[in-house]
Design a protein around this ligand. Structure first.
Ligand code: NAP
Length: 331
C-alpha cells in the first residue's frame, strides 16, 4: 500500500483508509469479531488510517477499535476521531456541541475508550452554529499542546470556515463526501483546501454502497440501516441510480474490476492529496477495497466514467433534508 501525507502538516498515511462506522450499526447488524478481524487485516495490509467517531454506536466503535488495538502496537495505526455530534439513548440526533469544554471532555472519554494516550487527528463532526470555529479549533490546539492530539482535522465545512480555522492552527485534512456521484467539493472547497495545504479524506466514496454490485439487484434494508432513510436509496431515485451503476459496470467489466473498485479508483485518480476512507465491516469487503489501489485509470477511462455519470446525474441528495441543513459545506 502506497502512502501519502495528509495536507502539508498532517501525518503520512496509507493511500486508502478504513472507515469503521459500519461496524457499529450504521448499516444494520455487524459482528464485533469480524470487525476486529477486519481492523487487523487492514493493519496487516498496511492500511493504517482508521476513522471513527465517538458517536458511532454511542462509544461502541471506539471501544471496539480499542479492543482491536489491544493486541497491536499503538504506533501501527493513525487514529482519526470525530466528536461533537449529540445523540440520545435511542440513537436520535440532537445537534452538535463544539464548545471548548465539550471538546476537552469528549477527548477525555475518547482516550479512555480507545485505550490510547493520544489521538492522531481530532475533528468536530460538524460546525456547531452556536460556536465560532476559532473557539473549537483553539480548544483542540490546546489539546495538541498538551500532547493528547497530534493533528487537527475538520469535517463537512465550507471554504470560508476552512480559511478561518486554518488561521488558528494548521489543519491536516478536511473529511468530506466525495465520489463520482457527489462532486460538490469541486465547486470551490477542493481549491481552497489545496490553497491552504489541507488534505482531503473522502468518505461516501461508494455513496454508502450504492456504487457496488450489491445494489444492482433489489436489496432489502433493515429499518436501522442509514440507507433505509437516505434519498438516493428510495423508490424512483434508486431505480434511476441503478441505471447509472449499470453504466459504470460496463466500464468496470472491461477492466475486469468491480463497480466498487472503479469508484474507489476514480477518487484515487483525483489527486495524491485525496485519501479515500472506505467503509468495510468484513475482511472480504476490505480485500476488495484494498485491491482498488492498484487500478490506475487512464485519462480516457476517467473521461468515460465522467461521461457515463455526469455531475449531478445522481437522483437524490446525499442526506435527508434535515441533515443537509447541518452541512456548512452545502451552505
Ligand atoms: N465526516 C463525516 O461526516 C462522515 C460521514 C459518514 C461516514 N464517515 C466516515 O467515512 C467512512 C466511509 O463512509 P461510508 O461508510 O459512509 O460510505 P462508503 O464507504 O461509501 O460505503 C460503505 C458501504 O459500502 C459497502 N461496501 C464497501 N465495500 C464494498 C464493496 N466492495 N462492494 C459492495 N459494497 C461495499 C459497505 O458494506 P459493509 O458495511 O457490508 O462492509 C458499506 O455498507 C465511515 O466508515 C466513516 O468512518 C464520515
Amino acid at each position: 500500500m502506497n502512502r501519502t501525507q495528509l495536507g502539508k502538516s498532517g501525518p503520512t498515511v496509507s493511500r486508502i483508509g478504513l472507515g469503521a462506522m459500519g461496524m457499529s450499526g450504521a448499516y444494520g447488524e455487524s459482528s464485533d469479531d469480524e470487525s476486529i478481524r477486519t481492523i487487523h487485516a487492514a493493519l496487516d495490509a498496511g492500511v493504517d488510517l482508521v476513522d471513527t467517531g465517538d458517536f458511532y454506536g454511542a462509544g461502541h466503535n471506539e471501544t471496539l477499535i480499542g479492543r482491536a488495538l489491544n493486541e497491536r502496537n499503538r504506533d501501527e495505526v493513525v487514529l482519526s476521531v470525530k466528536f461533537g455530534a449529540l445523540r440520545g439513548p435511542d440513537g436520535s440526533w440532537l445537534g452538535f456541541d463544539g464548545r471548548p469544554n465539550a471538546v476537552k471532555s469528549s477527548l477525555g472519554y475518547t482516550l479512555q475508550r480507545l485505550g490510547v494516550d493520544h489521538v492522531d487527528v481530532y475533528r468536530p463532526a460538524r460546525l456547531d452554529p452556536q460556536v465560532p470555529i476559532e473557539d473549537t479549533v483553539g480548544a483542540i490546539a490546546e489539546m495538541v499542546d498538551a500532547g493528547y492530539v497530534r493533528h487537527i482535522g475538520l469535517s463537512e465545512i465550507g471554504s470560508a470556515t476552512l480559511r478561518r480555522a486554518a488561521a488558528v492552527h494548521p489543519i491536516s485534512d478536511l473529511q468530506i463526501e466525495y465520489s463520482i456521484v457527489s462532486r460538490g467539493i469541486e465547486a470551490d472547497i477542493l481549491d481552497t483546501a489545496r490553497d491552504l495545504g489541507v488534505g482531503i479524506t473522502a468518505y461516501g466514496v461508494l455513496s454508502r454502497g450504492l456504487l457496488s454490485d450489491t445494489f444492482r439487484a433489489p436489496t432489502a434494508l433493515a429499518a436501522n440501516d442509514f440507507r433505509a432513510h437516505s434519498p438516493r436509496f428510495q423508490g424512483e431515485n434508486l431505480t434511476r441510480n441503478r441505471e447509472l451503476v449499470e453504466l459504470l459496470a460496463e466500464i468496470a467489466d472491461e477492466r475486469n474490476v468491480t463497480v466498487a473498485q472503479l469508484a474507489i479508483a476514480w477518487v484515487l485518480s483525483r489527486g495524491d492529496d485525496i485519501v479515500p476512507v472506505v467503509g468495510a465491516r468484513t475482511v472480504e469487503r476490505l480485500t476488495e477495497t484494498i485491491a482498488a489501489e492498484e487500478i490506475l485509470l487512464t485519462s480516457d477511462e476517467v473521461a468515460r466514467i465522467e461521461n457515463a455519470v455526469p455531475k449531478d446525474a445522481v437522483a437524490g441528495e446525499r442526506y435527508a433534508e434535515a441533515q443537509m441543513a447541518q452541512l456548512d459545506s452545502e451552505a
